[in-house]
Ligand binder design. Structure first.
Ligand SMILES: [Zn+2]
Length: 155
């Protein structure tokens, strides 16, 4: 059973209890005239009333607890929250070298054009080229450490 289904059931129970409370209340009011023969019945009603009110309180509490559970489910599981927190901590991007040989008009090898592709350490998506790096991975939201200075070469 889902929380919303349980809430619906409990709301139904709550409605019944409210009707009962109202009924018993009006009966007690009717008994207010000093009439001895009603005394026993009135006492029973008051006992019932106390019980109904307590039950109502319990149901209301259960409903609000279930609503809280619903809210937490909307936010996400504990693991999802932990994962989100982890992603807030900047991590150094992984780099991947792309070497393109530079060939002159005579077809001779001149130089190698090296481009550093910076990749998200979490999902591998490209987060930058050479020294230009994004603050966050647009794919998974991982925070990327922009300070590339202290990074070990070839790391
Ligand atoms: Zn990513």
């Amino acid at each position: 059973m889902k929380p919303e289904e349980a809430i619906e059931e409990l709301n139904h129970e709550l409605l019944i209890l409210e009707c009962l409370i109202e009924e018993v209340n009006s009966f007690i009011c009717d008994c207010d005239v000093d009439d001895d023969e009603y005394d026993d019945e009135k006492e029973q009603c008051e006992i019932s009333l106390t019980r109904y009110k307590k039950e109502k309180e319990v149901i209301e509490m259960a409903i609000s607890a279930l609503k809280e559970i619903q809210q937490y489910r909307e936010i996400g599981t504990v693991e999802e929250c932990r994962e989100a927190v982890e992603k807030q901590k900047p991590k150094a991007p992984k780099d991947s070298l792309k070497i393109k040989p530079v060939i002159d008009e005579n077809g001779a090898y001149v130089d190698a054009d090296v481009t550093v592709y910076l990749l998200c350490p979490n999902c591998g998506e490209m987060v930058g080229i050479d020294e230009n790096v994004d603050k966050f991975c647009h794919e998974c939201g991982q925070a990327i450490d922009e300070n590339l200075e202290g990074r070990e070469d070839g790391a």
